[in-house]
Every structure is written in C-alpha cells, then in structure tokens.
Design a protein around this ligand. Sequence first.
Ligand SMILES: Nc1ncnc2c1ncn2[C@@H]1O[C@H](COP(=O)(O)OP(=O)(O)OP(=O)(O)O)[C@@H](O)[C@H]1O
Length: 264
Amino acid sequence: MTVAVLPFGDAHVEKPRAVLSARGLSKTFGGFQAVRNVDLDVHHARVHALIGPNGAGKTTVFNLLTKFIPSTAGTISLDGADITRTAPAKVARMGLVRSFQISATFPQMTLLENVRVALQRPNGQAVQFWRSLGSLRNLDRQALELLERVGLQDMRHRLASDLSYGRKRALEIATTLALDPRVLLLDEPLAGMGQEDVSVMAGLISEVAKDRAVLMVEHNLKVVSEICHDVTVLQRGEILTTGDYETVSNDPRVRAAYMGNEDA
Ligand SMILES: Nc1ncnc2c1ncn2[C@@H]1O[C@H](COP(=O)(O)OP(=O)(O)OP(=O)(O)O)[C@@H](O)[C@H]1O
C-alpha cells in the first residue's frame, strides 16, 4: 500500500487504495431508471456511507455491488479484478461480504458455536468433521478472539436466542468477520437500535474498519458524521456529491435534497 504523507496534516494525506470501485453503474426496472451512472470508490481502512432521501437508490446500489441484482450498465471491480458478472457467492469468497443477510446466526447454538461454524466456512470450505483436536482448539481460540473483538466474550456460552437485538447484531458482525472480508457492506446497521446499542455498534464499525474497507447505507446522520470518512449522497438514482461529512452536509444541494425528509 502506498500512502504519501505530506507535511500539513490530514487533508494532504493520500487515501489508501480503492478496494471496491464502480463506474457508470446503472439499473433500470422496467422503464424506470432507479440508478444512473454511479461512480464509487470504497477505500481500505475507511468507512464510507451511502446516504440520501427515501427512494434515492441506496439499497439498489448496495444490491448491485453485492451482486444480489444484475446491473443494466457499468462495471464493478474488487482489488482491480472485474467482478461485474461474477456470481454473488464467488464475490463473497473473494472478500466482498454483506453482513446480516449472509451471516444469519443460529438461535439454538451458543455464541462460541455460532462463530466456530462461521470460521469453518471461509473460502467455501465444508465443515470438516475429521479435523484434529488441535485444529478444533485452534478454532475455539479464533472464535473467542472474534467474540472479544465485538465485546461478547463473557457471554460465549449463552444461546444466541438469549441476546438483545443490539448484541445479536454484534454477534452477526463477529460471524461476518470470521470470513475475513476485505470489504464489509452493511445495510442500515443501526436500524431499530436503542441509543446505547447505536453507540456500541458505531464503535464496533470504526474498529473493524481499521483493517478493511466498510461501505454502509445509513439513515442515522449523527453517526455518519462521527464515524464515516467518506460520504456519498444519492438523489433520484444519481450521485449528488461525495466528500467528507462536513463538506457534504454544508452543500446547499444536499440540504435541498433532504428538505422535508423526516429521516434527515
Ligand atoms: N425491484 C424493483 N422494481 C421496481 N422499482 C424498484 C425496485 N427496487 C427499487 N425500485 C425503485 O427504485 C427507487 C430506489 O429504491 P431504493 O430502495 O434503492 O431506494 P433507497 O434510497 O434505498 O430508499 P429507502 O431509504 O427508502 O430505503 C425507488 O423509486 C423504488 O421504488
């Protein structure tokens, strides 16, 4: 990774490389153009938010990037490799992982068992029942490390079904991290959470972004302002602007786009 550090603070520090890039991404549903000509660069070790008023096209862009739906036009690349036509499962194995949908947890298993199962999935490996005792212990150690990372180590022997909503989502982050994604995509990770859980999850997202890229669709602009390095604003399927939160939130076009929108 080449990072040029120039003398005058953050503004002059070059961003690390883009891990996930989209160019000219477009999607038409029937005759309706939901996403038009979107260019996006998601960088290593940065949290990138995709925001915009209701119906702006955020979920559609998210679904295009994770290959849940095919694009009508445009290209997507991951670490320089063209993944525009690559199947979703293969893209996940290449390191582009969408949390919450892929990493459903098993309610009747303990937290440790949940993460252990997830650890046995990377790179499409089947569960190996013939693993040696040593490698299983190693798996336990890794599972515990991941639970520590999301602050759930003390609850490792509890059933997933016993967890509060916020902690369940933290467990989902742990099972997603078991796949060691290079890009983590989060669809409204704070939705439905109380203030306490919001703070924990926001801290967790910042923490996991230290060694991977994170792209999140999010309506909670306070948290976006606190933890996101880059913010892309969508309006009517097109990018209005991209920049840091302060620049973007002071843009009159962004203010106008949000005017009268309850989620803003
Ligand atoms: N499968 C579909 N068929 C037809 N139109 C669709 C489909 N999916 C989305 N749309 C339309 O595309 C536009 C963008 O929708 P999208 O869900 O991507 O917006 P959004 O920014 O995620 O909105 P919200 O914040 O409300 O979740 C909307 O007008 C929506 O009605």
